[in-house]
Design a protein around this ligand. Structure first.
Ligand SMILES: Nc1ncnc2c1ncn2[C@@H]1O[C@H](COP(=O)(O)OP(=O)(O)OP(=O)(O)O)[C@@H](O)[C@H]1O
Ligand SMILES: [Mg+2]
Length: 364
């Protein structure tokens, strides 16, 4: 291709992007835009060129900040669920990506993606309210069940010493089932817990390794669990006990999903700059820490894919369907996000978390 052909090709390519896209100069003016941008801005490219970028989407401070951040850090920044007030007066929700074009002239590519990831995140956030809706009933039930349960367990222990061997088996059932109810009550109680969240610096690798050791000693005795950690992962903020519960629930699901003979679970961590969540009031939370529990099972059945984070959704004979809704509630309370995806015949539960910073403990 000649350089003219090349130029034409890139121009056509640029216009083929079906989302409004802009190139922004170092003083935050529009250098160029594509055809889709013309539709959203109700102006021709000629008119758009060299105008301050804020003119076309209501001077949205969050977007301007992300452009500046991408320029300063030379790392692309993604904002999810941003309400954009277009010049055309339409208000739409987009994921906004600000990506540095190159290192020298500080140009930024600004791309508005409708839906996509944001839908997933919306779902993930709405689980929070679903989980909340069981909160009141949960704490009431937990309270009412705990006392009689303690009575049953105590009586079973007293019986143990003078019971015939044939009745021993029945007693064992009483003990195991009481333990199961106890576990359920614990889960309910976490739902009902409305105390403010602990905001400690937490090393995720410690939590993940601890959960792995417990899994290998218990429910995942015969399953290979691999660790693939990013050594540069900074600390996150939150409650280590609750985060341990999250990992335990995800590992237990993974162990229950894989085959005993060829089952594999991978625990992975990564630091991914530029992923943030709009938390309203023009505040955004950066979520660069990622940990994933990956398994080679057959994946979540299609018919429940959209509901797995809702309470009481289960495909298991003795499952409560509370594991993932608890995970979702705890992660939302930490300002993070959890999502499910399927790639290369593997099921991936990924959690995005904020970084711990001294100042971030205030006002949260
Ligand atoms: N790793 C996974 N692979 C395939 N399906 C999964 C996986 N994790 C969860 N699921 C599906 O999502 C459903 C809900 O999971 P959740 O952890 O909320 O409840 P549960 O595991 O059924 O019960 P409990 O957690 O109380 O033991 C599961 O029943 C299962 O069908
Ligand atoms: Mg579970």
């Amino acid at each position: 291709m000649t350089s003219v052909d090349n130029e034409l090709f890139y121009e056509v390519l640029w216009d083929a992007i079906p989302y409004p896209s802009f190139v922004i100069s170092r003083d935050n003016r529009i250098i160029t835009a594509n055809s889709s941008a013309e539709t959203y801005c109700l102006s021709s490219i000629k008119q758009i060129k060299s105008k301050p970028v804020g003119n076309y989407f209501g001077g949205n401070g969050v977007i301007l900040n992300s452009i500046n951040q991408a320029r300063d850090t030379q790392v692309s920044v993604t904002l999810y669920n941003v309400e954009v007030f277009w010049f055309s007066k339409s208000i739409t929700t987009h994921d906004v990506i600000a990506a540095p074009v190159n290192n020298n002239n500080e140009k930024i590519l600004l791309l508005f993606h409708p839906n996509g990831m944001s839908k997933k995140l919306n779902r993930s956030l709405s689980h929070r309210s679903a989980a909340r809706s069981v909160t009141g009933m949960a704490s009431m039930l937990a309270h009412e069940i705990r006392n009689p349960l303690a009575g049953i367990s105590g009586a079973a222990q007293l019986l143990e010493s003078n019971i015939s061997t044939e009745d021993q088996e029945l007693l064992e059932i009483i003990k195991i089932e009481s333990q199961r109810i106890g576990g359920l009550v614990d889960k309910f109680q976490t739902f009902g817990d409305i105390r403010p969240l602990k905001q400690e610096p937490v090393n995720l690798h410690d939590i993940l390794s601890q959960a792995k050791r417990a899994a290998n000693a218990g429910f995942a005795k015969k399953i290979k669990i691999f660790e693939n950690y990013d050594p540069s992962l900074p600390l996150t903020k939150g409650d280590p006990d609750l985060l341990l519960q999250v990992v335990q629930n995800l590992l237990k699901n993974a162990a229950e999903a894989v085959s005993l003979t060829s089952g594999q679970i991978i625990i992975e961590t990564a630091f991914k700059q530029g992923i943030s969540l709009n938390v309203g009031n023009r505040k955004k939370e950066n979520l660069p820490l990622q940990f994933s529990i990956i398994d080679n099972g057959t994946g979540v059945p299609n018919q429940i894919k959209d509901e797995i984070f809702d309470p009481f959704v289960t495909t298991k004979f003795s499952g409560s369907g509370l594991g993932l809704s608890l995970v979702s509630k705890i992660i939302s309370d930490h300002g993070g996000v959890v999502e499910y995806s399927r790639r290369n015949s593997r099921s991936i539960f990924s959690v995005l978390m904020p970084v711990w910073a001294k100042s971030s403990t205030k006002g949260n």
